[in-house]
Design a protein around this ligand. Structure first.
Ligand SMILES: NC(=O)c1ccc[n+]([C@@H]2O[C@H](COP(=O)([O-])OP(=O)(O)OC[C@H]3O[C@@H](n4cnc5c(N)ncnc54)[C@H](O)[C@@H]3O)[C@@H](O)[C@H]2O)c1
Length: 439
């Protein structure tokens, strides 16, 4: 990692390209455009609203994060993407039904100008969708080259200085890690031989890295967490991060779970169910795509609760996650959690959480922050897996052999200390500095 002096300035325009221009992407794009026009505020975005304490508490130094680290400004962002449908960002946002029509009409011209590029798509990996606006080519390598050409053209057309790619397309079916994923060499052979182990999302990730573009995975599918892509990122000095934006029910789990664990309250069971009616819900109604999501959602509690260290409290916990497609809900997902807990002498209690959530409203600031912090990471010369951004993911990508940290409060400390480190400030562990070095 570079020191402060070596972080390149965020000069010129930053292009943010999203494979998938559905609910999440268009809510994100519309939100940034609206914020730039003074039509709304980017609530939920740490990069825009967050502050960071520096030094001792008595120093009273707490700048805004965006004034502390050199981030791209919202006015310098340019958007683009790929989709299997031809709807522009305005039409897609209307269809997603997340943002009010009134607001969308005020920014109609900007949104309508964002038109998707034809997608790399294969219905074998997302079974519920049948789009036609797709690239045709003999091999997966040819498809990757077509994406590289798209990136190059976008960059020139929009006079971008840098580009970031964020996968915000539908969740692909569950894929097991196999030989083709192990090395760059195997992977490139697989691209040429149309290996079925290579999904469209992996093709985008490969194309991004080969174009000097950091890649982020917002969905739970196996993509940049394969050894070949990690090796490529390290080799090309590019950051990657994933996976699956932490929003909705899982966000609540990583807030509640650490709280219960801190007080050593036991848990007998945690039953989570969701109903949602957007396209994401329709895709997740397919068993293959649901399995990918289920694995991502289930992994969270184990690492928060550490049942191996506290077997009497958590070893027998029954954890179930259900997602059901229910069209009347649209993007307004409703989730219920029933948590059976026990305390002193084993006496039982219950917690019920009913979250009436707007998924894309929670995801949009996550997309913005990830894009800006990954751009910062690239300018700071940080390569490979960016674990300090775990804060934003349901299944944080970690180096091989390490367990991911899911506790959102630990993740926040790691995130802030990385920013302090990048800027040459003292790291804060809330112990040494306050208690032993005096106030
Ligand atoms: N909303 C959230 O809070 C949240 C949280 C975590 C993860 N996610 C994930 O983010 C992704 C996007 O969610 P959404 O609500 O915007 O879904 P969405 O269905 O509204 O949008 C996804 C878009 O991707 C397109 N698409 C599918 N395959 C593609 C491909 N190969 N190339 C290009 N485009 C493709 C679809 O046509 C669709 O327009 C999903 O995978 C979802 O599981 C969302």
């Amino acid at each position: 990692m570079s020191s402060q002096q070596n972080i390149k300035k965020p000069e010129g325009k930053l292009g943010i390209l999203t494979p998938g221009m559905g609910a999440v992407s268009t809510t994100f794009m519309a939100g940034v455009i609206a914020a730039n026009k003074g039509l709304g505020q980017p609530f939920g975005s740490i990069s825009q609203m967050g502050k960071i304490r520096l030094g001792k508490r008595t120093e009273n130094r707490e700048p805004k994060i965006k004034d502390f680290v050199p981030l791209a400004s919202l006015n310098d962002l340019v958007f683009g993407g790929w989709d299997i449908f031809t709807d522009n960002a305005y039409e897609s946002a209307l269809n997603a039904g997340v943002l009010d029509k009134d607001l969308l009409n005020k920014i109609k011209d900007d949104l309508s100008a964002i038109k998707p590029m034809p997608a790399v798509f294969d219905p074998n990996y997302v079974k519920r969708l049948h789009g036609t606006y797709t690239k045709k080519a003999k091999t997966k390598m040819d498809l990757a080259k077509a994406v590289m050409a798209d990136i190059k053209q976008f960059k020139i057309k929009n006079s971008c200085n840098r580009i970031i790619m964020i996968w915000a397309a539908s969740t692909e079916v569950y894929i097991e890690l196999s030989d083709v994923h192990q090395t760059i060499e195997n992977f490139e052979k697989g691209l040429i031989n149309n290996d079925p182990g290579i999904s469209p999302s992996m093709i985008y990730a490969y194309a991004a890295l080969k174009s000097d573009v950091p890649f982020i995975n917002g969905a739970p599918n196996l993509t940049n967490d394969i050894p070949a892509i990690i090796e490529l990122a390290n080799k090309l000095n590019l950051p990657v991060a994933g996976k699956d934006f932490k929003t909705g029910q899982t966000l609540m789990k990583t807030i509640l779970g650490p709280g219960l664990k801190t007080r050593l309250l036991g848990i007998d069971g945690w039953f989570s169910t969701n109903i949602l009616g957007n396209r994401d819900g329709e895709v997740l109604d397919d068993a293959g795509s649901f399995k990918t999501k289920e694995v991502s959602k289930l992994s969270v509690l184990d690492s928060v609760l550490e049942p191996e260290k506290y077997p009497e409290l958590y070893k027998n916990m029954y954890h179930k996650v259900r997602i059901n497609y229910y069209p009347p809900k649209g993007d307004d997902k409703e989730s219920w959690d029933n948590i059976d807990i026990f305390g002193w002498l084993g006496y039982k209690m219950q917690i019920k959480v009913n979250f009436l959530c707007k998924d894309s409203i929670l995801a949009a600031p996550v997309v913005l922050d990830l894009a800006l912090f990954m751009d910062l990471a690239q300018r700071a010369g940080m390569k490979g897996i960016q674990e300090w951004l775990s804060f934003y993911f349901k299944s944080p990508q970690t180096k091989e052999g390490l367990q991911p940290i899911h506790d959102i409060f630990l993740q926040k400390i790691k995130f802030e200390n990385t920013l302090r480190y990048m800027m040459g400030e003292t790291l804060i562990n809330h112990l040494g500095l306050d208690y032993y070095e005096g106030e």
